[in-house]
Design a protein around this ligand. Sequence first.
Ligand code: URA
Length: 272
Amino acid sequence: MNLTLDPRAAESLLAFWADGGVDAMLLDEAVDRIAAGKFVAPAAPLRPAATVSPLRPAAAPRVDVGDAVAQARELATAAQDLDQLAVAIAAFEGCSLRQEGAATRAVFARGAPDAEVLVIGEGPGADEDRQGQPFVGRAGKLLDRMLGAAGLAERTFITNTVFWRPPGNRTPTAAEQAVCAPFVERAIMLVKPKMLLLVGGASAKAMLQKEEGILSLRGRWFEWRSADGQLELPAMPTLHPAFLLRQPAAKKRAWVDLMTLTERLDRAERPA
Ligand code: URA
């Protein structure tokens, strides 16, 4: 069959798919991502690498979650500033997403290092993976517009619960989030924001250890606590901008959440 497609029709079809969140091609053969993502007992202690290889090995190395969390905590604690933290994350080999999903690099953070609000999303997508910064694709542009309209553009530091792109943009697993958590926590300690904005269900559930869905969590205040219990911060879950692109009618609710947050921001104090 000789199929020809008008380039403008193809462009419009691609835009339609992108609007629906489809931004990845599928392979002819099915890939069992669940099996590929399993963690099993370690064969050897983890070693940090100096750089992230642009080439993906054929299979993800098998890593014990407990070992990986311990190594992440050690690397994160040693980081004395955000630049050192970025280097530590790039060197960390304990998150299986690094081999499975990320095409090129770790995606850590962007924004003001002394921000009053630390925004935590789910995980990098294809655009973030290419550019090395969180929230730079369509969803990120919407997030920036919303933060800007709320007067928060210069007052935020933006990161994710995981630093490598999950394959096919799937939700990161609890294990992947757990091994990245010491770095997220260290970022919070170094920025010392007044509060956290948890963007989307995967972020809210991981950061607050909640099982409820985002539609029930959003717009409510919670207390985020560091693993050692030394630091507590108010945290507000809100809807993910990728969801808002698909459900524009929900933007009103996300806006109310941002207004609730900004209302408290000027009264809030930074942690000591
Ligand atoms: N979605 C996220 O949750 N984080 C990003 O960085 C990009 C899209």
